[in-house]
Unconditional design. Structure first.
Ligand code: G
Ligand code: G
Ligand code: MN
Ligand code: NA
Length: 255
């Protein structure tokens, strides 16, 4: 309980912020959008990823708090970018099962974006397959379906590492899959990884699902993925996640 109120005050003090990692269209290297990644800014200026937040992703209550905080911050950034006449690029947010289980998530997202005057088509919700396999899978599926009807895009994160990926592509209406970085890492050396990535891209294209390669770190990975028709790339080769102001500069500097 004490830890929860500590986490809440951390969020309220603005110590946790979305950082934005660019997603680049591989054909022309244009900036297509950004994935928002939570960063805890420590007193000495160091950044902590949620993987190291105490409880943030394992405790349902903390996950809900983090999600609300991220969504509010992202909507504020989107509004500011809209006022600065930036083109309507997309922003992705990572969403967990506890948030989607609650039933009121789509309505809350809709109300927040309506209050800012930001269209819901600016937002992509990233879920992992484990979210789809939640105990309350029916509620989760309903929430995703409602979000999509409202104009939010749905992205399947860490694709290929979970269970029954192909069933999910059939059951849910998915706009995008993110090929897990473990497959991208081996692209230039491992023929199994090449085969998996190639097959995933063919499958996605025939289902008219967009593809993002995660963890893109080299020019040779970029060439391989572009040749095979992968739509977007995200990784240190382009940029790590950066603060909102730097993301804005990155966007304007991109082709
Ligand atoms: O950048 P990286 O170290 O942040 O991310 C570590 C893990 O934390 C990844 O699995 C990423 O999806 C997740 N993550 C990053 N930001 C958020 C967030 O705002 N909400 C949730 N639920 N997960 C996040
Ligand atoms: O699980 P998810 O894909 O949402 O989280 C993204 C994670 O990948 C974050 O921890 C982010 O910092 C990390 N990441 C982003 N780009 C790269 C990259 O090029 N290489 C590696 N190794 N990790 C990356
Ligand atoms: Mn993600
Ligand atoms: Na991922």
């Amino acid at each position: 309980l004490q830890q929860m109120s500590t986490f809440r005050s951390l969020l309220e003090k603005g110590k946790v912020r979305p950082y934005y990692q660019p997603q680049i269209q591989l054909t022309d290297r244009r900036c297509h959008g950004f994935e928002a990644l939570a960063r805890w800014i420590l007193p000495n200026g160091d950044l902590l990823s949620p993987a190291h937040f105490p409880n943030a992703l394992s405790d349902p209550e903390a996950a809900v708090m983090l999600g609300e905080h991220m969504l509010l911050s992202i909507s504020n950034d989107l509004l500011r970018w809209q006022k600065a006449n930036m083109p309507p690029f997309k922003v992705s947010i990572n969403v967990t099962a506890p948030e989607l289980r609650r039933g009121d998530y789509p309505r809350k997202v809709a109300e927040l974006f309506a209050s800012k005057g930001v269209p819901l088509s600016r937002l992509t919700v990233e879920v992992t397959e484990s979210v789809l396999l939640d105990d309350k899978a029916t509620q989760v599926a309903q929430a995703l379906s409602d979000l999509r009807q409202m104009g939010v895009s749905i992205s399947l994160d860490d694709f290929g590492t979970g269970f029954a990926s192909l069933t999910h592509l059939k059951t849910y209406t998915i706009d995008e899959i993110k090929i897990d970085r473990s497959f991208i890492a081996g692209l230039n050396s491992n023929s199994d990884d090449q085969a998996i990535v190639r097959a995933t891209l063919v499958l996605a294209r025939s289902l008219r699902i967009k593809t993002v390669a995660e963890g893109l770190e080299s020019e040779s990975q970029l060439r391989f993925l572009r040749t095979l028709g992968c739509d977007y790339g995200q990784g240190y080769f382009f940029s790590p996640a950066v603060p909102a102001a730097q993301a804005e500069r990155y966007f304007w500097a991109s082709p």
